[in-house]
Ligand binder design. Structure first.
Ligand SMILES: [Zn+2]
Length: 118
């Protein structure tokens, strides 16, 4: 296990989490993720494992389709920081591009076929 910290671009949203060592990421081909292009954690974090700091009013939430997944982003800089998943409601995947010490442009990744979900 390792402890990670991260932030949005402007720094209004900061967070910490403890999770498995990050050696690869996950991309999704759904209509939203295709547009975001983000590489995410392969695992989902329990709400108790993700500590969201910074300005609590800085986060906005976008939902679509089933509206189960909650896609959070910073109101000021627009960056997607983490979301609550559809497959494990309430649990979080984190945008690896926001995580300190992780190079999301060089990490290998798996593909989640979100486009095929009904
Ligand atoms: Zn921001």
């Amino acid at each position: 296990m390792a402890e990670y910290q991260g932030s949005c671009h402007c720094g209004d949203v900061t967070f910490k989490f403890v999770g498995e060592l990050i050696t690869k990421g996950l991309r999704c081909n759904c209509s939203l993720c295709a547009r975001k292009g983000a590489v995410m954690t392969t695992y989902a974090l329990a709400p108790s494992a993700l500590q969201i700091k910074g300005k609590t009013e800085a986060l906005a939430t976008y939902t679509f389709g089933s509206e189960i997944a909650k896609h959070h982003f910073c109101k000021r800089c627009g960056i997607y920081t983490f979301h609550q998943t559809r497959s494990k409601p309430g649990q979080y995947r984190v945008n690896l591009g926001c995580v300190d010490g992780v190079d999301s442009s060089r990490i290998p990744f798996d593909i989640f076929d979100g486009a095929s979900l009904p």
